[in-house]
Design a protein around this ligand. Structure first.
Ligand SMILES: [Zn+2]
Ligand SMILES: [Zn+2]
Length: 141
């Protein structure tokens, strides 16, 4: 176990696996993501701006969902999300295809013990193609 700052409320909590949010925020986060997912089922390709306004979701959260491969950008992402190793633009996740292996290795070292958690999408594939959103209407700045 190690201490980590919650990505939502910035409280320090004891991390048991790969979770980014504290136990208090976890249900909120799951609920928020369920709403985004539902919204994108009805409005595929909705812009991040629309999702933010309609659902009251922060851009930070959206970006995190993208990094976690829970959302995917449709089309050109204009560098909104980049590979953490080589900087290549990505549509989802933290690493591009060529850096993926190295990236996973890096995460394993980062996380220390290599624990597997139920929090990691066990039922979902790494790239869930069904859920997408486009940031093409996202204004710069
Ligand atoms: Zn929290
Ligand atoms: Zn890369």
């Amino acid at each position: 176990m190690s201490s980590r700052e919650c990505a939502r409320c910035h409280r320090i909590f004891e991390k048991v696996a790969f979770e980014e949010v504290c136990p208090t925020c976890f249900p909120i986060e799951e609920n928020e993501f369920a709403r985004i997912k539902e919204y994108l089922m009805i409005n595929p390709g909705a812009s991040s701006n629309t999702v933010m306004t309609e659902l009251g979701v922060s851009l930070k959260s959206i970006k995190r969902y993208l990094k976690e491969d829970r959302l995917e950008i449709v089309g050109d992402n204009k560098g909104f999300l980049r590979c953490e190793l080589c900087g290549k633009p990505l549509n989802s996740g933290r690493f591009c295809e060529s850096c993926y292996k190295e990236g996973r290795e890096m995460i394993r070292k980062e996380e220390g013990l290599g624990l597997k958690s139920a929090y990691l999408k066990s039922s979902e594939q790494p790239t869930s193609k069904g859920i997408k959103y486009s940031e093409k209407n996202l204004k710069k700045g």
